[in-house]
Design a protein around this ligand. Structure first.
Ligand SMILES: Cc1cc2nc3c(=O)[nH]c(=O)nc-3n(C[C@H](O)[C@H](O)[C@H](O)COP(=O)(O)OP(=O)(O)OC[C@H]3O[C@@H](n4cnc5c(N)ncnc54)[C@H](O)[C@@H]3O)c2cc1C
Length: 465
């Protein structure tokens, strides 16, 4: 190792970003690699998907965040593999060396072996997913209006959301608000307020990671927003504009839009690290968050499988990724300081001697938003729901947004939406000029028909903090 260690960080999500921030301006050289040029504030993606915020308000450019720090280099590229022996990260036609590596590439959607459902039922993970969902939701009203005008018949306007975890719940609440309040009165041939929003949950209750009283309260709040909640309802098949399910008996629902919020799988980069993985593809890291046999490689955030002191898994939430990023960075800085006063590589010695500290997750509580004035919060023994929980959610999310300008823009957009029942980002992007109702349906449904429906286990989604 040279005197100034080179730290390569993959991913500028919560884990990678906070690790980089901790190393900014310090005696290390950092290369931060991401396939996107922006950080994505995932907790507010559903607001982009439901036209409440514009993408730029939740996705600041990475270069702008670190422009003041000469020790940080940002690379826009997709990591394709690792050469752990030679301490190199593989990119398209390039390699980046490292003394320390922090892998924070996050997670994606899990369709439980039914990847063919993805085009018909998109999930929400990136800004592109969010704008595609926004397009489908807004286009559904336009198609219904045109159909009603052309054919003088009212087709059902159903929005079906699969998965009653935090993302499914917040999407259902926001779609209900759009249909029943925001665009109501904007159309002449249809009445959007008669649209049905249906949330399918495989288990016995929504938000299963919360205590039963809170999850029942969430369900009541959803029903108040006129979301139809179907518990114990396992999706068995998805085809263009139809969802098949089993809830005691077999049934199916016609759907203008189907959204997928039923499960997550860790980034495929985990597999390339040649380490043991858990069922969701997360790397089983050591207590100091490193790869077994590689004390110089940290795996953090949604990619890492770590246990808390009570034996429960550390949840896949932003505060956990932030704490892991900061922990990895502090470990590296401590060893770099030691290195500067001694000679030879230290990290292996330190780990063998058990000198490295273990990571401990500090749980500050969990929040899930449902809709206007509706949320739940679990902060230690304190259980909140309704307006107070919603206000807490609002303040926490504004506080954690990166960048002063973004915070102001978001506060303004929310205030406008709150008082005027308006959504400022109701843009249908992509070409819809020549789309007839039938073609538009095809375009929104994506893939070919599913041949054989098969059963889908319900997997609990993240508990949100
Ligand atoms: C819709 C949604 C809502 C959420 N809401 C909440 C919430 O309210 N509260 C909460 O606490 N948590 C929430 N979460 C969870 C939280 O966002 C994650 O736990 C957190 O983002 C994990 O951070 P991370 O750094 O591990 O990964 P991410 O934030 O996912 O970042 C991964 C980064 O790696 C990059 N990347 C991936 N693969 C490659 C590659 N091959 N090459 C280069 N770059 C790559 C990606 O572009 C991305 O920037 C939500 C998640 C989603 C999807």
């Amino acid at each position: 190792m040279t005197t100034i260690p080179h730290v390569t960080i993959i991913g500028s999500g919560f884990g990678g970003l906070y690790a980089t921030r901790k190393l900014a301006g310090k005696e290390v050289r950092v290369t931060l690699i991401d396939r996107k040029n922006h950080h994505t504030f995932q907790p507010l993606l559903y607001q982009v998907a439901t036209a409440g915020l514009s993408p730029a308000e939740i996705a600041p450019p990475i270069r702008a965040i670190f422009k003041r720090y000469k020790n940080i280099e940002v690379l826009l590229d997709k990591v394709t593999g690792f050469d752990l022996e030679h301490r190199q990260v593989l990119l398209h036609g390039d390699r980046v060396a490292y003394d320390y590596l922090i892998v924070a590439a996050g997670a994606g959607h899990a369709y439980f072996g039914h990847e063919e459902w993805a085009p018909m039922a998109p999930g929400l993970k990136t800004v592109e997913d969010a704008t595609e969902i926004r397009r489908r939701i807004l286009l559904a009203f336009e198609i219904a209006e045109r159909q009603a005008r052309l054919e003088r018949k009212l087709a059902p306007l159903n929005f079906v959301i699969v998965g009653g975890g935090p993302t499914g719940v917040e999407l259902a609440g926001a779609v209900a608000e759009i249909a029943h309040r925001v665009v109501a009165g904007n159309f002449r041939s249809i009445d959007p307020s008669r649209a049905r929003v249906i949330l399918l949950e495989g288990g016995p209750r929504v938000l299963p990671a919360y205590t039963e009283d809170l999850s029942r309260s969430a369900e009541r709040q959803l029903r108040r927003l006129r979301v139809e909640v179907m518990d114990n309802c396992v999706v068995t098949g998805v085809e263009p504009h139809r969802v098949h399910y089993r809830d005691g008996s077999d049934g199916s629902l016609e759907a203008s839009v189907i959204l997928w919020a039923a499960g997550v799988a860790a980034s495929p980069l985990g597999k390339m690290l040649d380490a043991p993985l858990d069922r969701a593809g997360r790397v089983l890291v050591k207590p100091d968050l490193t790869l077994p046999g590689h004390p110089e490689v940290f795996v953090i955030g949604d990619m890492a499988s770590v246990k808390r002191a009570d034996g429960k898994p550390v949840p896949g939430v932003a505060p956990a990724a932030i704490q892991m990023g900061e922990f990895a960075a502090k470990t590296i800085l401590a060893e770099a300081a030691l290195e500067a006063t001694a000679s030879g590589p230290r990290e292996a010695e330190a780990t063998e001697a058990g000198a490295r500290r273990s990571f401990h997750y500090f749980d500050k509580g969990s929040l899930a938003t449902i809709g206007r004035n509706s949320a739940i919060a679990e902060i230690g023994r304190l259980h909140l729901s309704g307006f107070i929980a919603w206000l807490t959610w609002l303040l926490v999310h504004v506080y954690f947004l990166i960048g002063f300008r973004n915070r102001l823009q978001v506060i303004w957009a929310w205030a406008w939406a709150y008082f005027r029942y308006q959504k400022g980002a109701r843009l249908i992007t992509g070409n819809s000029d020549s789309i007839t109702p039938g073609e538009a349906h095809d375009e929104m449904s994506g893939a070919a028909k599913l041949e054989t429906p098969s059963s889908l286990p319900s997997v609990p989604e993240r508990k949100v903090s």
